[in-house]
Design a binder for this molecule. Structure first.
Ligand code: DP6
Length: 338
């Protein structure tokens, strides 16, 4: 879709992928600087992406504009959405010491509130388009650090394609473990709820350390991260699958036992988890993972994708299935076509 009202020689359009965490970021040592308690590991997605167009009017005064674009056209972003974007634009502008105003238009290629990490793809796309419009030429590492400074830790991993680790402690940037051609894993997202989650990830991170199981999960993580990384390196799904499912259950165990408790799962989540266990009993290697939401990402190898998709479609609580797979990192181009 063309947006004539932002079309300008100075416009930059970027596209950035979302990602699904295999080892999750949950709980922060420092929320200001986005320092997690533990390293995380994710797979970059292909179809679930954010597209962002940025135009910088250097030297001009006035407020930044943020438009949300959908199939129906562009509309000003509601305050709860634009607040984080405006704060990030201030941060980027201050970082290069330039004055001026931005026009931003952004859209997601996946349905809103489908439980896909739209802040990871959204802040990476925004950092790339706005950074470029400011004259920056960020490397993947620099983009990772820029995106993460938005406050969305998972965004640090969307700067790279393939399989990505965010150490979190001694460096700002994430790093690629293997590229998108290394192992063609699929992610079938079973959508069981489409309304926005009641407790934000940020609030979930804040409450996490109050769980009596938080510390125990941290103790298990080094071994889990090593096993998952090794499994990716060796393309060993029999090793990877149980690790990611166990990890997702543990994250939700911590969330549900936090003070006050956070229940992201719904009845549909349970139905999908049971169906995935049934698939395994039928000899189909598929494993579940969930981020901070009710929808379930079912991970499998390409040979099993069709049978997994058909089983998910047959479930009463599954409204739709998004079929995705591992993909490449962000890209940008001049112009403002969304
Ligand atoms: C459960 O602080 O990155 O998805 O800013 O809302 O994207 P958003 O959340 P963020 O926390 C992500 C939490 C998680 C696990 C993960 O992606 O590592």
């Amino acid at each position: 879709m063309e947006l004539p009202y932002i079309l300008s020689e100075r416009s930059i359009t970027s596209e950035a992928p979302s990602n699904i965490a295999f080892i999750k970021y949950w709980g922060a040592l420092d929320f200001e600087r986005v320092i997690p308690h533990n390293p995380s590991l994710s797979m970059t997605l292909t179809s679930c992406r954010s597209v962002c167009s940025a135009t910088f009017f250097e030297g001009e005064t006035g407020s930044d504009e943020v438009l949300l674009v959908s199939d129906e056209g562009g509309a000003p972003a509601p305050p709860q959405f634009s607040e984080r974007i405006l704060a990030h634009l201030d941060r980027l502008r201050a970082g290069v010491g330039k004055e001026g105003r931005f026009r931003i238009a952004t859209r997601n290629t996946f349905p809103a509130a489908a439980g896909i990490a739209s802040s990871a793809s959204g802040f990476t796309a925004l950092s790339l388009a706005a950074g470029r419009a400011l004259g920056l030429d960020p490397s993947a590492d620099e983009l990772s650090a820029l995106a993460q400074s938005s406050g969305s830790g998972s965004a640090s991993r969307s700067a790279y394609g393939g399989y990505v680790r965010w150490p979190g402690s001694d460096t700002d940037a994430a790093e690629q473990v293997a590229d998108e051609d290394h192992w063609p894993l699929c992610d079938l997202v079973a959508i069981v709820e489409t309304q926005a989650k009641k407790v934000s990830s940020l609030e979930g991170h804040r409450r996490a350390t109050s769980s009596p199981y938080f510390q125990h999960r941290l103790e298990l993580l080094p071994e889990r991260l090593a096993a998952a990384t090794e499994a990716i390196e060796r393309r060993d799904f029999a090793q990877l699958g149980p690790v990611i499912e166990e990890e997702a259950i543990d994250l939700h165990l911590v969330a549900m036992s936090s003070q006050p408790p956070v229940f992201y799962w719904g009845p549909g989540t349970m139905e999908v988890l049971a169906a995935v266990r049934d698939l395994r009993e039928d000899g189909v290697a598929a494993f579940s993972t969930m981020d901070a939401g009710a929808n379930v990402h079912v991970i499998c190898e390409p040979d099993n994708a069709a049978v997994v998709e058909a089983r998910l479609h047959s479930l009463q609580s599954v409204e739709r299935v998004l079929v995705d797979r591992v993909g490449e990192g962000p890209v940008w181009r001049p112009g403002a076509e969304l």
